[in-house]
Design a protein around this ligand. Structure first.
Ligand SMILES: Cc1cc2nc3c(=O)[nH]c(=O)nc-3n(C[C@H](O)[C@H](O)[C@H](O)COP(=O)(O)OP(=O)(O)OC[C@H]3O[C@@H](n4cnc5c(N)ncnc54)[C@H](O)[C@@H]3O)c2cc1C
Length: 462
C-alpha cells in the first residue's frame, strides 16, 4: 500500500526538483491550479512546476511512489479541464517555455510549456511559422498531441504533419525520443492520440515560410441573409486552393471598430480568412466573399502574422465558463445549415458561437493510417461554443449545445479529440476509426499498461 501524498511527504521531494512544488496554502496555488475553462475548480495535492525533463521524471516517480493520480498541463487550454486533477500531482510544464529556431534547417525545437504565441514570435524572426492554433494563448503541447490545425494548415499540414520528433517521458520515468527512426510506433500514437502515452517535454517541428505579413481579414454579413450566404460560402469554398482558408462563425457581433455601432451585439455571420497567395489574388477572394455587397462591414489587408494570430485572443479570454460540443461535418449540407440557423436564434448567452472552420487541403492528402489523427477527409468542423459567466446559466448552456449537436449528428462523421468536453470514455472512441482505436489500445498497453496517464481523453489499456 503506497504512503499517502501528504504535505510532509511532498516536502521530502523538494530537493530533487529544480522547479517549484506548490501546495495548498502556498501563495501561487490558486493561480497555478486555474486553467482556461472557468468551470474547472480542482484542488491538486501538489503542482509540480517542472523546468526540465529531470523534474518531469521526478514528478512521475513521486506520483508513482504515493499512488497519486496525475494530470499533465501544457497550456491549460483544453475545454475538458484534464490539465488539473483533484488531490493528485499536476505535472505543470509552464516553465518550459522556450523555442530554439534553426533558420538554416527551417526547424524549431519547442519546450512543452510554450503557448502558440511564443512559437509564432520566435519563428517569425526568420519569416517562418509552424501550423497550429488560431488563438495565441493555446498550448503547443496539447494542441499538437491531438493533431493541431489553423489558418495555414490547408497549405502546410497539421501541426503533427510537421512534427519531426518529440522527447517523451514514459509512465515508468524512462525518457525516450519518438520519431520516424526511433520508437516509430510511439511517434505514430502521439500524433493524434493525445497525452495517453507519456509526457512530451519538447517537440521538433519543421517550419514553413510565412509572413511577416499575410493577406487576411474579416467580413461580417447580416444573419438575415445567412441561409443564402452559407450555401454560397460552401459552394465557393469548394473551389478554393490550399493557400486560402475561410471560416464562418455565427455569433453576436463584438464591438469591432469597423462595424457600425448599431450592429454591435446583433446576430451576424463573421467570415475570417487567410490567403497565402499574392495580394492581387487575395483581393479576388475578398471580392467573392463580399458576395452581394450587403456586408455590415469588413477589415481586410496585409497584417503581420503575429498580430493576426492573436486577433481572436480577446474573444477567447481565460476564466469564462465553457462547454463545447463538436463534430466533423462531411460537408455543409443545406439541411444542416437550416438546423444551425434555427438554433442560433436561441443562443442562451450573448457570447455563444457556432464555429465552422474549413478543413481539407494538405492534411486530407496524408494517408489516414499515417498518424493516429485519422479523420482527415471532412470538409468542415462544427464547434458549438457555449460560453457564459454565471453558474446559474450552466443548465441552459449545456442544453443548447447538446440539442444543436444532436440535431446535426446525421451530417457528422467523427470528432477532433481536442474539441471533446468532459463527455465520458465512450465519446473518445468517436475521435478514431475502429482500426486506429484498436492500434491505440495496443500501444497504450505497451507504453502505459497501468493507465498511469488517465486524466485525459482516455484510451484504456487492455
Ligand atoms: C480558445 C481555444 C481555441 C482553440 N483553437 C484551436 C485551433 O485553432 N486549432 C486546434 O487544433 N485546436 C484548438 N483548440 C483546442 C486545443 O487544441 C486543445 O484545447 C489543446 O488541448 C490545448 O492544449 P494545451 O496544452 O493548452 O492544453 P492542456 O489543457 O494543458 O492539455 C490538454 C491535455 O493534453 C495533454 N497534454 C498537454 N501537454 C502535454 C504534454 N506535454 N505531454 C503529454 N500530454 C500533454 C494532457 O492530457 C492534457 O490534459 C482551441 C482551444 C481553445 C480553448
Amino acid at each position: 500500500m503506497a504512503a499517502p501524498l501528504t504535505s510532509s511527504a511532498i516536502d521530502t521531494w523538494k530537493e530533487r526538483f529544480r522547479g517549484e512544488l506548490i501546495q495548498p496554502g502556498d501563495p501561487p496555488y490558486n493561480e497555478a491550479r486555474s486553467i482556461w475553462n472557468g468551470m474547472i475548480d480542482r484542488r491538486p495535492a501538489v503542482i509540480a512546476r517542472c523546468v526540465g525533463t529531470h523534474d518531469v521524471v521526478q514528478a512521475i516517480l513521486m506520483a508513482r511512489e504515493h499512488g497519486a493520480p496525475v494530470a499533465v498541463k501544457g497550456g491549460g487550454h483544453n475545454v475538458a479541464g484534464n490539465a488539473v486533477c483533484d488531490g493528485g500531482v499536476v505535472i505543470d510544464l509552464s516553465p518550459m517555455r522556450w523555442v530554439h529556431v534553426d533558420a538554416k534547417r527551417k526547424t524549431a525545437r519547442v519546450g512543452a510549456g510554450c503557448l502558440f504565441g511564443d512559437l509564432d514570435h520566435e519563428t517569425q524572426r526568420y519569416k517562418l511559422a509552424v501550423p497550429g492554433g488560431i488563438v495565441s494563448h493555446t498550448g503547443v503541447s496539447g494542441l499538437t498531441l491531438g493533431g493541431g490545425f489553423g489558418w495555414i494548415s490547408r497549405k502546410h499540414g497539421l501541426s503533427i504533419d510537421n512534427l519531426i520528433s518529440a522527447d517523451v517521458v514514459l509512465a515508468d520515468g524512462t525518457a525516450v525520443t519518438a520519431s520516424a527512426g526511433e520508437n516509430p510506433d510511439l511517434f505514430w500514437a502521439i500524433r493524434g492520440g493525445g497525452g495517453n502515452f507519456g509526457v512530451v517535454t519538447s517537440f521538433l517541428f519543421k517550419c514553413a515560410r510565412v509572413g511577416p505579413e499575410v493577406f487576411s481579414g474579416i467580413i461580417v454579413h447580416p444573419v438575415d441573409s445567412a441561409s443564402e450566404y452559407l450555401r454560397f460560402h460552401r459552394d465557393y469554398l469548394a473551389t478554393l486552393g490550399d493557400e486560402t482558408t475561410v471560416w464562418a462563425v455565427i455569433r453576436h457581433a463584438p464591438p469591432l471598430p469597423f462595424l457600425p455601432s448599431n450592429v454591435h451585439g446583433r446576430l451576424v455571420v463573421v467570415v475570417p480568412f487567410v490567403h497565402l497567395g499574392s495580394q492581387a489574388s487575395g483581393k479576388r477572394v475578398v471580392k467573392e466573399l463580399q458576395w452581394k455587397g450587403t456586408a455590415h462591414g469588413e477589415h481586410v489587408g496585409m497584417t503581420p502574422w503575429v498580430q493576426w494570430q492573436s486577433a481572436f485572443d480577446a474573444l477567447n479570454a481565460h476564466g469564462a465558463r465553457n462547454y463545447w460540443k463538436s463534430h466533423h461535418l462531411t460537408d455543409l449540407k443545406d439541411d444542416c445549415i437550416d438546423v444551425i440557423l434555427e438554433h442560433v436564434q436561441r443562443f442562451p448567452t450573448p457570447s455563444g458561437e457556432v464555429f465552422l472552420p474549413q478543413m481539407g487541403g494538405a492534411p486530407s492528402r496524408v494517408p489516414a493510417n499515417a498518424t493516429a489523427y485519422a479523420f482527415r477527409s471532412p470538409k468542415y468542423i462544427m464547434n458549438l461554443h457555449s460560453r457564459w459567466a454565471d453558474a446559474s446559466d450552466d443548465a441552459k448552456c449545456f442544453t443548447w449545445a447538446r440539442e444543436l449537436w444532436g440535431e446535426t449528428k446525421p451530417f457528422a462523421h467523427g470528432v477532433y479529440v481536442n474539441f471533446i468536453s468532459d463527455e465520458g470514455e465512450e465519446r473518445v472512441h468517436d475521435a478514431y476509426p475502429k482500426d486506429v482505436w484498436e492500434k491505440l489500445v495496443k500501444l497504450k498497453t505497451k507504453y502505459d499498461p497501468t493507465n498511469f496517464f488517465r486524466m485525459n481523453q482516455n484510451i484504456r489499456p487492455q
